[in-house]
Design a binder for this molecule. Sequence first.
Ligand SMILES: Cc1ncc(COP(=O)(O)O)c(C=O)c1O
Length: 387
Amino acid sequence: MTIKTANRIRQIQEYFFSKKLKEIAAMKEAGKDVLNLGIGSPDLSPPNEVINILNQESQFDQNHSYQSYIGVEDLRNAFSKWYETHFSVDLDPETEILPLIGSKEGIMHISMTYLEEGDEVLVPNPGYPAYRSAALLSGAATVEYSLSIENNWLPDLDQLSQMDLTNVKLMWLNYPHMPTGAKATKIAFENLIAFAKKHQILLVNDNPYSFILNDNPLSILSIEGAKEIAIELNSLSKSHNMAGWRVGMIAGKAAFLSEILKFKSNMDSGMFLPVQLAAAKALELPKVWYENLNQIYRERQLKVFQIMDLLGCEYDKNQSGMFVWAKVPDKEKDGFKLSEKLLNNAHVFVTPGGVFGSNGDQFIRISLFNKLPVFEQSIERIKKIAA
Ligand SMILES: Cc1ncc(COP(=O)(O)O)c(C=O)c1O
């Protein structure tokens, strides 16, 4: 007997990486030593002072209880300070910050709060697949907007304005952009805010890569008048090597956040207090923390550029975020084929750009979350198959 699943589940598929990791695990079991350059998770730790707080605070009986749905004051204050220090954005820690158990979860909270059947959502192509899945699970329909290398991977507002936007209620932005590594500019954000106000579309900028290989972190909330129509997600996953800790936040005007809280408070029962206190410590880290982290990523990025050169791929050297995004050479059919070829012949996995949308078909993405020897070994293997 099979129990019929809900319609909403039939619209989505198992996450690409969930399937691919099983395939890689099976290859490893069969004795093939696969080097995984697709990993999207940090391989380094947060600093000891952050881990020490987690250890210390875990010793007390009273710290193991359920926590408030809106996070503790220390954490909200720390987020507020962080936004003021790094983004020059003023946020009221009482009402304009909502700590989250990860920003991926926030994508779902926002979608379930604002979307329903009949609504449309603008999602980037290429882009992070969770925006689409969350929209479909909420009952809404997705409308892709094209990003292209010609437009620096920024939304083409002329093209968007010609579309029928009557049912569009929400638009996902993600700058610095994953997977392309493109940055937004102040002007691009200003134009987007004006566009969103004109068409009454809630703009959500997903900003987890602002501190990675990016000298000027930019928040959409720093644009004048942004709070009226935009909210922003942020996360400690990449900026502080805390992906498994699950700490993120939504920032924006109280009226938006109080609605989102109605959904969120029915989903989780707060975040482990020692994690919140350690996260507050992480948010206080001085600039040198980000500089040192970026130094490591710069070195790795150079190795990945070497891999891309060997493959004959074209790429922008000024990319932000955790990945290198590159166009496959004309001699390859597309990124899927090149990825398969590398996996089968060199036992090196790189992510085909097409998993992020059709505009990524001719691209591949390599992550910076591996130590240098893994990149060096990959270079040797690729040299052999290219020879
Ligand atoms: C664009 C983008 N947004 C959000 C997330 C999720 O981050 P978090 O760990 O905060 O849930 C990721 C993770 O890979 C991402 O690439």
